[in-house]
Structures are given as C-alpha cells and as structure tokens.
Design a protein around this ligand. Structure first.
Ligand code: RP5
Length: 167
C-alpha cells in the first residue's frame, strides 16, 4: 500500500519516541513512510520531500524534533497538507524548548502541536487517523472501537480501585 502519512524526525535519536507514532498507525492499518530530515542540518532535503509529498499521495505530516524544534514549522511553511508536531524531550531543557518552538507558530502557518514525548507521539497518530477518517468510514468505525476500549479499560481500573479500597 502507498504511504499516506509522512513521519519525519530531526534525528535518528528521536526514533524511540517516533516509534510510538508508527506503532499506533500500524494498529489502524495506516501505511506510512518514516524519514530522518532536519530543518537545520538538511534543509534542502526537507523542502524537496515536502514539495513532492502531495503528488506522491501523502495526506498528513507528523513531525518530531527536539531542542530548537523547527522541523514541523518548516514543513508547514511548504505545504497545504495538515502538519502535526511532536515536541521531543531530547535536550537539557526536557522538551519545554521543543514544545514552545513547535507550538508558537505565527498566524498563517498552523502546526497542530501535541504533548511532549511518547504520549504526544501516540496522540499525533490518533489525530492523523481522525483526519483521515473524515473520508474513510471504515477507519471511523475503528476509531469508535478504540474509544470504547479506552472507556472499558478505565471502568476496569475503577472496579479494581474500588475493590482495593474496600479490602
Ligand atoms: C534535534 O536535535 C533532533 O530532532 C533531536 O531531537 C536533537 C538532537 O539530535 P542529535 O544531536 O541526537 O542528532 O534537531
């Protein structure tokens, strides 16, 4: 199947976090392509990839970067496809720097920024699925099932919690 989500990361050191995105997309059978591309260290390659993405069939970008995290912003500047940014907690500042760099885009160039680190990486995949599901009823059904399972897992936790409190 041709990839429809592009997962981009600023360095291979971001892979542990970005694998959470990939795993979640696999749960929903969404084909993706993963690449290491840096806004600072390989800027020409970023722009070349982004410019060709729509005609290659990509529908959403998910970009993770740490430190002065400009990857998602540079991607967003060069496409009309939706861009989701994941702030990676790779620097001495624990990801707060990446969060601010990713989220504080000027008006006109949106990046949908999720939480720092692995939780954000999973949510980025879910958000991409929700975008794709607007034109894919089968995917919409899978997302509804996912939500039901989430609720069931919390109900189970609550039952266990109440039992522990009583004992
Ligand atoms: C960022 O700098 C990358 O996204 C990564 O989070 C961080 C560190 O990169 P490396 O020095 O490990 O290549 O651009």
């Amino acid at each position: 199947m041709k990839p429809i989500v592009a997962i981009l990361m600023g360095s291979d050191s971001d892979l542990e976090v970005m694998n959470e995105t990939a795993g979640m997309l696999e749960n929903f059978d969404i084909p993706y392509e993963m690449k290491v591309l840096s806004a600072h260290r390989s800027p020409d390659d970023v722009v070349r990839f982004v410019k060709q993405a729509k005609s290659r069939g990509f529908r959403v970008f998910i970009c993770g970067a740490g430190g002065a995290a400009h990857l998602a912003g540079v991607v967003a500047a060069n496409t009309t496809l939706p861009v989701i940014g994941i702030p990676i907690n790779s620097s001495a500042l624990g990801g707060l720097d990446s969060l601010l760099a990713t989220v504080q885009m000027p008006a006109g160039t949106p990046v949908a920024t999720v939480a720092i680190g692995k939780g954000g990486a999973r949510n980025a995949a879910l958000l991409a699925c929700q975008m794709l599901a607007l034109q894919n009823p089968k995917l919409e059904k899978k997302l509804e099932g996912f939500k039901r399972n989430l609720a069931a897992s919390i109900r189970k936790k609550n039952v266990q919690f109440q039992q522990k409190r009583r004992s």
